[in-house]
Ligand binder design. Structure first.
Ligand code: PLP
Length: 437
């Protein structure tokens, strides 16, 4: 999709650049890592986006995860329209909030009580505060490559030694904040044991994407999550699963349902809002009761539990619980992963395609990626031509080598078959442009 094909998007982007930093309201949308000008979306329906220039694209970004039912699902649209008749926000408790809480507690194994917020970032920020408030400790452990939203104490990267405290991963974060966060490699039990023994009775919480999906897609080695659970229990540390991405996607109850490993707190977002801005955090009732107004940990939100957002989210969750689409979703993602692996094998391209449920990632590497360093060592420069070639052929992949691809229930058998063809030709094109790429 060259600049000359997209006059409307280009004009919009030029106007946006003057008014919005980088022209976007979230940085990855700017296409910096794949090059070119981002397209603007005029409308979206099912598995397809229609660009401002009238092109139709089969979408594997799915609004970065929320659109598990595809875009503009009629039942979600109807639920929002019905809620709209009653008003957009009340500032008092509303009936939707209770129904939403019942659904979450019913679907997510470890959640006994839950509080609604407006984004995944708010959910992780609040869960961290709660872990600290409930334990009276300050330090947090996170894992390299896991993303938990743009919370100060979580936008932290590893220091130089395995056990040094974290360094800020953004300007504007005081080193003293980052110093309360310990960053460890994922899938490394030894590093975890060492951190606990070096900081006895100091670690308030461990926050983890149980399947890291913001640096491609990494899966836990056998026994890793179980051992993490055991260490947290032994040390009185709050285990927080950030299931903003995996919640309701890997299974109705997320990775915790799939693996049987139970965290103390869970962060949710994305799918839970049905495409509206929603997040939530929940967990053990005794922990959640530390929150105001019952306890001393302050947390609040003017628009939290907003009726339109709750109506959309409730409908999205009910469609998952009642429709049980998980087998079909997984088989679509598997089909794409197999097509990619086959194309790469036939053409001698070293490619790993990790897949879990309806999500998959791409690493140009010759063996499976088990942690962030290995992800960084993959040949990400090959992703750019793959992305551009797929886009030219009508398939929209995430515009970054480190983002997972999502399949929705709206992707038809024909969409998947067409996408498999497109990805096969994209791999072919990369392999033909030679090893110098
Ligand atoms: C997207 C994401 C977040 C942040 O959610 P926002 O709604 O963008 O603030 C947090 N954690 C994980 C695992 C995510 O994928």
């Amino acid at each position: 999709m060259s600049a000359s094909d997209s006059p409307v998007s280009n004009d919009l982007f030029n106007r946006a650049l003057k008014l919005i930093p980088g022209g976007v309201n979230s940085p990855v949308r700017a296409f910096r890592s794949v090059g070119g000008t981002p397209f603007f979306t005029q409308s979206a329906k099912g598995a397809r986006l229609t660009t401002a220039d009238g092109r139709e694209l089969i979408d594997y970004v799915c609004t970065w995860g929320p659109a598990i039912h595809g875009h503009n699902h009629p039942a979600i649209r109807e639920a929002v329209a019905e809620a709209l008749e009653r008003g957009t926000s009340f500032g008092t408790p509303n009936p939707y909030e209770v129904e939403m809480a019942e659904l979450i507690v019913d679907m997510v194994p470890s959640v006994e009580k839950v509080r609604m917020v407006n984004s995944g970032t708010e959910a992780t920020m609040s869960a961290i505060r709660l872990a600290r408030g409930a334990t009276g400790r300050d330090k947090i452990i996170k894992f390299a490559g896991c993303y938990h939203g743009h919370v100060d104490s979580l936008l932290v990267k590893a220091g130089s030694g395995a056990l040094t405290l974290g360094n800020p991963d953004s300007a504007g974060i005081p080193a003293s904040f980052a110093g309360e966060t310990i960053v460890l490699p994922y899938n490394d039990l030894g590093a975890l044991q060492l951190a606990f023994s070096e900081h006895p009775e100091k670690i308030a919480g461990v926050i983890i994407e149980p399947y890291p999906a913001n640096c491609g897609l990494i899966l836990p080695q056998t026994g890793y999550l179980e051992a993490l659970r055991e260490l947290c229990t032994r040390h009185g540390t709050v285990l927080i699963f950030d299931e903003v991405m995996t919640g309701f996607r890997i299974a109705p109850g997320g990775v915790q349902e799939k693996t049987g490993v139970t965290p103390d707190l869970t962060c949710l977002g994305k799918i839970i809002g049905g495409g509206l801005p929603v997040g939530a955090f929940g967990g053990r009732a005794d922990l959640m009761d530390h929150l105001a107004p019952l306890g001393p940990v302050y947390q609040a939100g003017t628009l939290s539990g907003n009726p339109l957002a709750m109506a959309a989210g409730i409908t999205a969750l009910k469609l998952l619980r009642e429709g049980d689409p998980y087998k079909r979703l997984e088989s679509s993602a598997k089909q794409l992963a197999i097509a990619l692996k086959l194309a790469a094998a036939n053409l001698g391209v070293a490619l790993q395609v990790p897949q879990a449920g309806s999500m998959f990632g791409l690493y140009f590497a010759d063996k499976p990626v088990t942690n962030f360093d290995e992800a960084l060592a993959s040949r990400t420069e090959l992703f750019k031509p793959l992305f551009q070639c797929a886009l030219d052929l009508g398939v929209y992949l995430p515009p970054s080598a480190y983002e997972a691809c999502f399949v929705s229930t709206a992707h038809t058998v024909n969409d998947i078959a067409r996408t498999a063809e497109v990805l096969t030709s994209a791999i072919k094109q990369i392999s033909e442009s030679g090893p110098g790429q």
